[in-house]
Design a binder for this molecule. Structure first.
Ligand SMILES: [Zn+2]
Length: 160
């Protein structure tokens, strides 16, 4: 008897081969080292698959996955709720500069601490962008000087 295919052995292991084929295969398996190896591999695959049954996911893991998948979190590595220090680093402002805008920030107080929600901060920045663009497309010509802060832009107003 030539060696049965792996598919045949898989069917045999599943008890899906009827007699007399079933007995013939059993006899072959008893004497053929090659097919014994095949059978061993198949049994290993079976037990691996059995271990892959869905496991309940712990609640805290689920929560962290949901947080990391939310559009606001993205893959930026910034937390959903930011401290002022983190806001400063995020916007590349030093403490003094941060002090100047802290009143305008979409912040809230929590146990005596100021916190800013990352998603709200992005909205706030977008709003400022719109305002700034609107200002620039106003009455003046000339472009902002790169590398300076907004107050030192050389504004050249059109002399009408
Ligand atoms: Zn064989």
């Amino acid at each position: 008897m030539t060696c049965p295919t792996t598919e045949a052995w898989a069917a045999w292991l599943d008890g899906a081969v009827p007699s007399p084929g079933r007995e013939e295969l059993a006899q072959h398996a008893a004497h053929c080292p090659l097919c014994q190896a095949t059978l061993q591999s198949l049994r290993q695959v079976d037990s691996s698959l059995a271990r892959l049954r869905p496991q309940p996911v712990p609640a805290d893991v689920l929560m962290r996955v949901r947080q990391s998948l939310s559009p606001a979190a993205g893959h930026t590595g910034w937390p959903q709720i930011m401290t002022l220090e983190e806001v400063g680093r995020f916007m590349q402002l030093d403490d003094r500069q941060l002090d100047e805008i802290v009143e305008d920030l979409p912040a809230f107080e929590l146990a005596g601490q100021i916190r800013v929600r990352y998603a709200r901060l992005l909205e706030w920045i977008a709003q400022r962008e719109r305002e700034f663009t609107h200002q620039r497309t106003g009455s003046w010509v000339g472009r902002p000087t790169i590398g300076r802060d907004a107050s030192s832009y050389s504004l050249k107003f059109e002399s009408a």
